[in-house]
Design a protein around this ligand. Structure first.
Ligand code: PLP
Length: 386
C-alpha cells in the first residue's frame, strides 16, 4: 500500500523540509527583531539577513548586493519587467519588451499591462513544437537593439517542463547590450543557476518550489542593470524594494536552496530515471497519450502529456480518488476552464489540450509510486472517456 496521497504536483508547490523549518523558527520568536533597528534585537535579525543574502549570492555566483528579496516569484517577475523596462526607457528611450508566448502569467500579463497602460511595444518570440525559442528568432528580434527595453525568457516551463537555451539567448542579449531576464522559478534547485554562465542580468526565484516556504522569493539583479524601484517607502534592499524584510522566510529560502543545490547531483539523476519510467509507462500503457514539451531538454522531475478524448478535470478527480495528486499544467489556470496558452503556442489543438496531464516528481517520490500511477491510469482514462 502506497503512502497517500502520492503527491506528484511539485511544480505547483513543495513541502517545507523539516531542517528548513527548524532554521526558520527562532526568527519568529526569540530573534524577532527588525533588521533596520539599531538595538541588539534588531542587529541579531540583521546578521541573519546578511548571512542568508550571502548564502544565496554564493549559490548563484552573485554579489550579495545583487540579491533583492521579494514576496514571491510573481513579484520578482513583476519587479524585473516593470523596474528594468521603466528605467531603461527613461535612460535610452528603448520601448520594446520581448518575451515568449509560453511564459507564466506573471510575465505575460505584466508585459501586456506594460503595453496596454504604459505605452510599451510587445514582441512575442516564436517557439518550436517542443516550446523552445529558436536562437535565430532571438537574433532577428534583436535587429534594432536600441529599441529593446528588456528581454525575458523563462529558464524552464511550468506546464511542459521544457528547458530553454538561456545561456545562448543571454549571450545574444549581452552582445546587443539589452537587459536579459529569466524566470527561473521552475528551475530553482534543479538546474545550474550560476548567473555568469547563464549570462542573465536578472533572474526570478520563488522558495516554495524548492522545499522552502511560500511567500518569499528573490530577484537577482546584476550590478549596473537599469532599475527603478517599484515598491517605495524605505531604503530596504538598497532602495529597490521597500518593506521590512521577512527574516524567517528569507532564512528558510537560503537554507532550502543550499540543501537543494547540495543534493542536485544525486537527486537529478534519481528523478530523471523515475520520470523516464513514468513517461515510458504512460506512452506504452495509455492509448492516445502523447508527451508534451521536449523529450530531451526537459526538467528531471517533469512529465506532461495530452490524452486524446479524456477531459483533464475528470482525470484529475479520478486520480485524486485513487490517491494521486497531479495537475493539468498550471495551478493558476486550473478551474479557469480555458485552454492552456502554453499548449496553444506549441500548436496543440484545443480539443487535445483539454486532456492535459502533468506529473511533477519530488524528494518523496518512489518507484512504487510511479508503478502505481502507470498501473491505474489506463483504467482511469477509459472511465473518463466513457
Ligand atoms: N513563474 C513560473 C514559471 C511559475 O511556475 C510560477 C508558479 O508556479 C511563478 C512564476 C509564480 O511564482 P509564485 O507562486 O512564487 O508567485
Amino acid at each position: 500500500m502506497q503512502q497517500r496521497p502520492i503527491y506528484l504536483d511539485h511544480a505547483a508547490t513543495t513541502p517545507v523540509r523539516p531542517t528548513v523549518l527548524e532554521a526558520m523558527l527562532p526568527f519568529f520568536t526569540e530573534a524577532y527583531g527588525n533588521p533596520s533597528s539599531i538595538h541588539s534585537t534588531g542587529r541579531g535579525a540583521s546578521v541573519a539577513l546578511q548571512k542568508a543574502r550571502q548564502m544565496l549570492a554564493d549559490l548563484l555566483g552573485a554579489r550579495p548586493s545583487e540579491i533583492i528579496f521579494t514576496g514571491c516569484g510573481t513579484e520578482s517577475d513583476n519587479a524585473a519587467l516593470r523596474g528594468i523596462a521603466a528605467a531603461r526607457r527613461a535612460a535610452t528611450g528603448a520601448n520594446r519588451i520581448i518575451t515568449t508566448p509560453i511564459e507564466h502569467k506573471a510575465i505575460l500579463q505584466t508585459a501586456e499591462a506594460l503595453r496596454d497602460h504604459h505605452g510599451f511595444a510587445l514582441t512575442l518570440l516564436p517557439v518550436d513544437g517542443d516550446g523552445r525559442v529558436p536562437i535565430e528568432a532571438m537574433a532577428d528580434a534583436l535587429a534594432a537593439p536600441d529599441e529593446v527595453a528588456i528581454v525575458s525568457v523563462m529558464a524552464a516551463n511550468n506546464e511542459v517542463g521544457t528547458i530553454e537555451p538561456i545561456a545562448e539567448l543571454g549571450a545574444l542579449c549581452r552582445a546587443a547590450g539589452v537587459p536579459f531576464h529569466t524566470d527561473a522559478v521552475q528551475a530553482g534547485g534543479k538546474l545550474d543557476l550560476t548567473v555568469s554562465a547563464l549570462q542573465v542580468d536578472a533572474m526570478s526565484l520563488g522558495a516554495h518550489k524548492f522545499y522552502g516556504p511560500k511567500g518569499v522569493g528573490l530577484l537577482y539583479l546584476r550590478a549596473g542593470t537599469p532599475f527603478h524601484a517599484y515598491m517605495t517607502g524605505g531604503s530596504h534592499e538598497g532602495g529597490r524594494r521597500a518593506g521590512t524584510e521577512n527574516v524567517p522566510l528569507i532564512v528558510g529560502m537560503a537554507k532550502a536552496l543550499e540543501l537543494a543545490e547540495a543534493e542536485r547531483a544525486t537527486e537529478g539523476p534519481r528523478l530523471r530515471a523515475l520520470r523516464d519510467r513514468l513517461i515510458g509507462g504512460m506512452l506504452e500503457g495509455v492509448d492516445g497519450a502523447a508527451l508534451t514539451g521536449s523529450a530531451v531538454h526537459r526538467l528531471d522531475n517533469h512529465a506532461s502529456f495530452v490524452i486524446d478524448g479524456a477531459d483533464a478535470e475528470g482525470m484529475l478527480i479520478a486520480l485524486d480518488l485513487a490517491g494521486v495528486a497531479a495537475s493539468s499544467g498550471s495551478a493558476c489556470a486550473s478551474g479557469a476552464n480555458r485552454p492552456s496558452h502554453v499548449l496553444d503556442a506549441l500548436g496543440i489543438p484545443p480539443a487535445q489540450a483539454a486532456g492535459a496531464l502533468r506529473f511533477s516528481l519530488g524528494a518523496a517520490t518512489t518507484v512504487e509510486d510511479i508503478d502505481y500511477v502507470v498501473g491505474e491510469l489506463p483504467r482511469i482514462v477509459e472511465r473518463v472517456r466513457a
